[in-house]
Design a protein around this ligand. Structure first.
Ligand code: ATP
Length: 382
């Protein structure tokens, strides 16, 4: 019997809508797999909570979450009401940093039947994973703003004549640690081994311009690569790599990227899947508590209309199952999503359909329920 306690943070905007479908589908799995049970506990943290309490989460949020096996999060943000940096730092980054979730894993394997933007390319040849470093780099929140009269202004302004003409300077520190680089790179090489596909790890860097942080990143990458002689390795500058995602996405297997570049290139790679509504993501600290969140945000432009695509959140739940050691249930879920997308009768407007969020969730849940043990070859975990 596997029982999993999951902390659920639906968040704001479409986060609430898509997570409801995720829970529905996980409940469907529970009925299908006799040995699998979930206990979901909802936490109403996010911008709504902020407007009531003046903080995005309570001060003991991390201690509360530490009692769970996993965290399932929708999206956090309400740009009209709460400054974006407050929203993102207050929940998503606080949890990523708090649980040291250094591997932000985003798979890119287009589903059959999903819209595909590249003419002359075969989507079935594309199968790679981006591992974005999740705790360091330009996201550490260090630096400052310096008005002309303030202490510190002179030190920075003296670097350039143009700086001296400014009334204000802002410094954003990108902090990279040898340990932080090494562990996410080792994770990536291990992943390439497990995938047993092209057995290639590509480092996304920018050492030509970012001469300290990316130099450390690249030096550590070469060291780590030596530990994995059975896995090929290469590096590309982030700009060239972005281009290759479009011109030859079939080239890649595992891509390891620093935090900001990883953020950028995974919105790009999501387009290969049919858009942000189709892309899954998980924040992982091996052996620790993971947070599984679709890489899309709260999509304020479509929030509340019942048309958000829940596929990203459903595949994200599949990643959570995998990480919880429920590979068979994850397969079942992923297969059900793939069936629904391939059949194409039920799909949301972003991928060319007219169905609602709930209808897609229902279709996937029904697909799972239709494969109950008595009607399929479902084998309980051994
Ligand atoms: P946030 O500030 O919370 O990150 P955002 O404004 O960056 O939100 P995203 O959520 O990243 O918006 O979405 C970017 C675009 O992709 C929007 O036009 C949105 O409607 C679309 N989009 C994102 N997720 C989905 C989804 N699940 N279904 C349909 N469209 C989506």
């Amino acid at each position: 019997m596997s029982h999993h306690r999951v902390a659920v943070i639906p968040g704001d905007g479409i986060g609430v809508e898509v997570i409801a479908e995720g829970i529905k589908v996980l409940r469907g799995l529970e009925q299908t797999a006799p040995n699998l049970t979930f206990e979901f506990t909802d936490f109403p943290w996010g911008c709504g909570y902020y407007l009531q309490h003046g903080e995005m989460m309570p001060p003991d949020a991390l201690e509360i979450l530490a009692q769970f096996g996993s965290i399932y999060l929708g999206g956090v943000g309400w740009p009209e009401k709460v400054p974006e940096e407050v929203a993102v730092r207050g929940v998503v980054l606080a949890i990523r940093f708090g649980f040291d979730q250094y591997a932000n894993v985003r798979p890119v394997k287009p589903l059959q039947g999903a819209p595909f933007p590249l003419a002359g390319k075969d989507p079935s040849q594309i199968d790679f994973v981006v591992v974005r470093e999740g705790t360091e780099g330009l996201y550490v929140g260090q630096g400052g703003r310096y008005a002309r009269q303030q202490a510190g202004f002179e030190q920075w302004a003296s670097l350039r004549p143009a700086f001296l003409q400014s009334d204000e300077l802002a410094v954003q520190i990108g902090l990279y640690s040898e340990h932080g680089c090494r562990r996410v790179m080792q994770y990536s090489f291990e992943l390439a081994r497990r995938r047993a596909g092209k057995r290639l790890v590509t480092s996304c860097t920018k050492v030509n311009a970012l001469n300290y942080g990316m130099k450390l990143w690249s030096d550590v990458f070469e060291e780590v690569a030596e530990e994995y002689p059975d896995i090929d390795h290469e590096w590309m500058h982030a700009d060239a790599l972005a281009m290759r995602f479009v011109t030859s996405p079939e080239h890649f297997d595992v891509v390891v990227a620093p935090n900001l570049f990883g953020d950028l290139i995974t919105d790009l790679s999501a387009t290969l899947l049919g858009g942000l509504g189709m892309a899954a993501g998980g924040n992982i600290h091996p052996g620790g508590i993971g947070m599984f969140e679709p890489p899309h945000g709260t999509a304020p432009d479509i929030a509340g209309r019942g048309i958000a695509n829940p596929v990203a959140a459903l595949l994200t739940a599949g990643m959570m199952l995998d990480e919880l050691g429920e590979a068979q249930a994850a397969h079942l879920l992923n297969d059900a999503v793939a069936d629904v997308v391939r059949e194409g009768a039920v799909r949301t407007p972003d991928i060319g359909g007219a169905s609602t969020t709930q209808e897609v969730g229902d279709a996937v849940a029904n697909c799972i329920l239709a494969s109950r043990p008595q009607t399929s070859d479902f084998r309980p975990e051994t």
